[in-house]
Design a protein around this ligand. Structure first.
Ligand code: SAH
Ligand code: SF4
Length: 357
């Protein structure tokens, strides 16, 4: 039996073994093990989240991100009330069951109230049936609590890098981008009672396989309920574009991302893992590969078409020119190709969270 096969058989998931798995050429063995675990603990249902990219206004300057504050080449937008309502109705009409509200990070009363208002609209239009995930960055515990009280049940805040050293290489060195605040925010989210999700980009500049192994252990130790991980993708208007020629190849980033998803599924059997949009930007068919590797959540983009191009975190986001890039048919095709079944009209809450409570 190969060393990788033995690690998988014994589920020996210490740091050294994790690095060995990430480094191994036996990707299929790892993905097959994850598929077995997913079948046993999750089943073949895939839950949907209609993704609304609410605004690209952001107060931060993360070195990797195309909508960072200092990028003067982006036109800034915020969806109008009517546009938000239309997107929510689209989610209802298409039986999506859940919505994700994602946005650049702003800390202001106006922004806080704006999100609360959107939550009320979701509650009203969805007649209380829709599950809501927020992904609106770092906020105070009071703000997190206010949004929770207004109806949000899940929150996604990626740690981006679980080690302080790498975190500081990915972000400017100032109090707006503090590693400690990031950690505190994740703890606050858990305390407020959210299904709490985190994750990292994979294949970012300066990142090593040791970092990725630490990220997996971090997620296990934080006892997260959900995870969103995807490949790092270059964007021309970022500081990190200077490294675009020395990045790991797309093939390599794809392989590492699939392995990260699969290993996390083996480590945390009953959490929700998203198959992210960035997978699709990296390679055609990327999202079904992620489902095959252990993910169980898909996030069709329901942002009005005219804004998709402006919410450009990285290059080549799929479907930015189409009004309904993720039609019902294309979602069903993705899920079917990965051997799954779409769970319509279900919130698809994290089983891990339910058990933990
Ligand atoms: N402002 C919020 C949510 C929007 S950004 C936040 O930062 O949490 C959502 C995610 O996009 C980030 O967590 C980051 O991991 C990812 N992202 C940003 N730039 C990216 C890039 N160049 N490649 C891949 N993912 C990127
Ligand atoms: Fe803003 Fe989020 Fe992009 Fe950072 S990753 S610049 S917080 S949108």
């Amino acid at each position: 039996m190969s060393s990788v096969a033995l690690i998988l058989k014994e589920e020996r998931l210490d740091k050294e073994s994790l690095v060995e798995l990430l480094n191994s050429k036996q990707t299929d063995l790892i993905l097959n093990k994850a598929a077995q675990i997913k079948a046993k603990y999750i089943g073949n249902k895939v839950h949907l989240r209609g993704l609304i990219e609410l605004s690209n206004r952001c107060n931060k300057n993360c070195y990797y991100c195309g909508i960072r504050a200092a990028n003067k080449n982006v036109k800034r937008f915020m969806l109008s009330d009517e546009e938000v309502d239309r997107a929510i109705r689209f989610a209802v009409a298409n039986n999506l069951g859940s919505i994700v509200i994602q946005s650049g990070e702003l800390q202001s009363e106006e922004f806080t109230e704006g999100i609360s208002h959107v939550l009320q609209r979701i509650e009203h239009i969805g007649e209380g049936t829709l599950g809501v995930t927020l992904s609106c960055g770092e906020q105070t515990k009071e703000v997190y609590q206010q949004w929770k009280d207004a109806g949000a049940i899940r929150y996604l805040l990626r740690i981006e890098a679980s080690g302080k050293n790498l975190y500081q290489k990915l972000h400017p060195n100032n109090s707006k981008h503090s590693y400690e605040k990031r950690l505190q925010a994740l703890h606050d989210l858990k305390q407020c009672g959210y299904q709490t999700g985190t994750g990292v980009m994979i294949g970012a500049p300066f990142q090593t396989l040791e970092n990725l192994a630490d990220d997996l252990l971090f997620m296990r130790d934080l006892d997260i309920d959900m995870c969103g991980m995807g490949p790092y993708i270059e964007h021309v208007d970022t500081l990190f574009y200077q490294y675009h020629e020395s990045l790991p190849s797309k093939k390599q980033r794809l392989d590492w991302t699939l392995k990260m998803i699969a290993i996390l599924r083996i480590m945390m059997k009953d959490i929700n893992i998203a198959s992210t949009t960035a997978m699709q930007s990296l390679v055609n068919g990327g999202r079904e590969m992620a489902l095959h590797a252990g993910a169980n959540v898909l996030m069709p983009n329901i942002t009005p078409g005219i804004y998709r191009e402006l919410y450009s975190l990285y290059e080549n986001k799929p479907g930015i020119n189409e009004e309904a890039s993720d039609s019902k048919l294309s979602i069903e095709n993705i899920v079917q190709r990965a051997g799954g079944k779409v769970a319509y009209n279900e919130q698809g809450n994290s089983r891990h969270f339910t058990k933990r409570n």
